[in-house]
Ligand binder design. Structure first.
Ligand SMILES: *[C@@H]1O[C@H](CO)[C@@H](O)[C@H](O)[C@H]1NC(C)=O
Ligand SMILES: *[C@@H]1O[C@H](CO)[C@@H](O)[C@H](O)[C@H]1NC(C)=O
Ligand SMILES: [Zn+2]
Length: 502
């Protein structure tokens, strides 16, 4: 307790003594008088009902329809009417509580890509697994380009891997070692007119080039199986006349992170939590991440009934689906001093998948910022104490915690599953259907109001409430921040956001 008190500022001390002594001198107009009770986990959880969550989900779906004019179906992808409507809904909801929160917009420029059409012909066949990479540039003049297929040495990460015959050709490159973006760039520098990355594992390959580069060329992924006949023919010295076509755009759009921070509580010691306000272009994103977005909004609107001892900072990130753009930008803009005020970051993305498992990111102090494991244990203790099962899932860069843990901030979170496949063992643990995706509508048009498991959502929204209340009350026993260094295992991550990058 002593060490806790020494951390907090004088003004906060005055505020907290007002909480402890409600009969404090009311004649002093300067004295911060609080008639609110200190938040408790139980009280905050008690505000959560499946009915309220469902009501918000229905409203969000109506907002997603604002994307129809431009996209032909409901969506909340950044730049769409559905996303702008989502931001307005979040902002307006918070504005009702502007005496309780500091509310801010953080505008930033995000890169978005759209592939309208694509075709790849290698020899006289079109590999069934061919997928254009996200953020790929179009082929020259958005037209078909022709050239021989040329096999690149090793994994195509070095200029010396590219034979001189690469110029004017379609480069065939093995996945691995460096990112897809680095391969596309190296192929472009070697004069290739397109690039095809083939998987080093069974199965098809779809990924992202991540950040535009003027050297990128139109890039596809194909499966390892589809590549085999070509590899054999190329090694036998045969020429494979090929063609590639991608019509796409890569452009910048201005978008917005919204952040709300309690005016009360120690402003130098904050618990931060976030969900992403955007969806993919393919659908309305009610589970991904309407559930996280709305859970935060619901909790933010009930927290106002209580006092907090530590500041609580909510964030709604934009551009998560394009590669964690909003959260990356936010963390990149923090000074060292501001970074150190964030005691931990909690990520809430996809809380109610229809074929759910209760998943906890396996964040560990040995490889992640110290404190990440204490947060992980808060989640597992909650499930255990409610007689619920949980599984650990990789903490590998697929959502908005990434920039935090790479900049020294402890992080973690919960989820309920995306395109992973539920095992028979997990059916025993959670019910549902073995062999199906956790979210069969992941990144699709059917991620609508019917695509949320209300029972799981209610449980998880209560757990989010618990996490907020626990740290809003105290950081006693929670490791202090010491460094903003990258002490995450980051370098080995296959993901940066929902798509493969390597
Ligand atoms: C912040 O962004 C929201 C949503 O786009 C908008 O409605 C609001 O007017 C903005 N507020 C300010 C102060 O810029
Ligand atoms: C937890 O999993 C076990 C199987 O490992 C199962 O028997 C039990 O019913 C599950 N509990 C719940 C609440 O589903
Ligand atoms: Zn998501």
């Amino acid at each position: 307790m002593k060490s806790f008190l020494s951390l907090i500022s004088l003004s906060t001390l005055a505020a907290s003594s007002a909480i402890q002594h409600p009969l404090h001198d009311v004649s002093d107009p300067q004295a911060p008088i609080s008639t609110k009770a200190l938040v408790s986990s139980r009280a905050l959880q008690d505000h959560i009902t499946a009915e309220n969550l469902l009501k918000r989900a229905k409203h969000l779906y109506e907002i997603a329809k604002l994307g129809t004019e431009q996209y032909g179906h409901p969506t909340r992808v950044i730049g769409s009417g559905g996303h702008i409507g989502t931001l307005e809904y979040i902002y307006e909801t918070l504005s009702e509580f502007s005496d309780y929160y500091y509310i801010s917009n953080q505008t930033f420029s995000a890169v978005v890509g759209d592939v309208f059409e694509s075709r790849l012909n290698l020899g006289d066949k079109s590999p069934a697994s061919a997928r254009p990479m996200s953020l790929t540039p179009p082929t020259k003049n958005r037209d078909v380009v022709y050239g021989p297929l040329v096999l690149v040495a090793n994994q195509g990460c070095d200029a010396s891997d590219y034979p001189s015959s690469t110029s004017g050709s379609i480069a065939l490159i093995l996945r691995g070692v460096c990112s897809f973006g680095a391969k596309s760039e190296a192929a472009g520098k070697a004069g290739a007119i397109a690039a095809v990355v083939y998987n080093n594992w069974p199965g098809s390959l779809s990924g992202t080039l991540e950040k535009p580069s003027k050297y990128h060329v139109a890039t596809f992924g194909i499966s390892n199986e589809d590549a085999q006949p070509y590899l054999k023919d190329l090694k036998d010295g045969k020429t494979i006349h090929s063609s590639a076509y991608i019509d796409s755009v890569v452009e910048d759009v201005a978008t917005v992170n919204i952040v709300a921070q309690t005016k009360g509580g120690d402003q130098d010691n904050c618990v931060m939590l976030g969900g992403h306000s955007d969806s993919v272009g393919e659908g309305p994103g009610i589970n991904d991440d309407g559930t996280g977005t709305l859970t935060l909004l619901e909790i933010a609107s009930h927290l106002v009934n209580y006092d907090v001892q530590n500041c609580v900072r909510f964030a709604w990130w934009a551009g998560e689906e394009e590669g964690l753009l909003g959260s990356d930008y936010y963390v990149s803009q923090l000074s060292e001093e501001e970074n150190l005020k964030i005691r931990l970051f909690m990520d809430y993305d996809m809380l109610a998948s229809p074929n759910y498992a209760y998943q906890v990111y396996d964040a560990r102090n040995a490889i992640n910022p110290v404190g990440s494991q204490e947060l992980r244990d808060l989640y597992t203790d909650f499930y255990t104490s409610h007689g619920l099962n949980y599984t650990y899932i990789p903490f590998d860069g697929r959502s908005d915690y990434d920039a935090f843990i790479k900049n020294g901030i402890p992080g973690g979170g919960i989820a309920t599953g995306a395109e992973g496949i539920k095992t028979p063992k997990e059916v025993e643990m959670f019910g549902g259907v073995a062999g199906d995706w956790y979210d069969p509508c992941y990144h699709q048009l059917c991620d609508d109001v019917s695509n949320v498991a209300l029972d799981a959502w209610e449980v998880n929204a209560k757990l989010v409430s618990h996490s907020v209340a626990a740290y809003a009350i105290s950081f006693d026993g929670f490791p202090k921040r010491t460094s903003i260094k990258n002490n995450a295992v980051g370098e080995d991550y296959l993901y940066h956001g929902p798509k493969l990058i390597v």
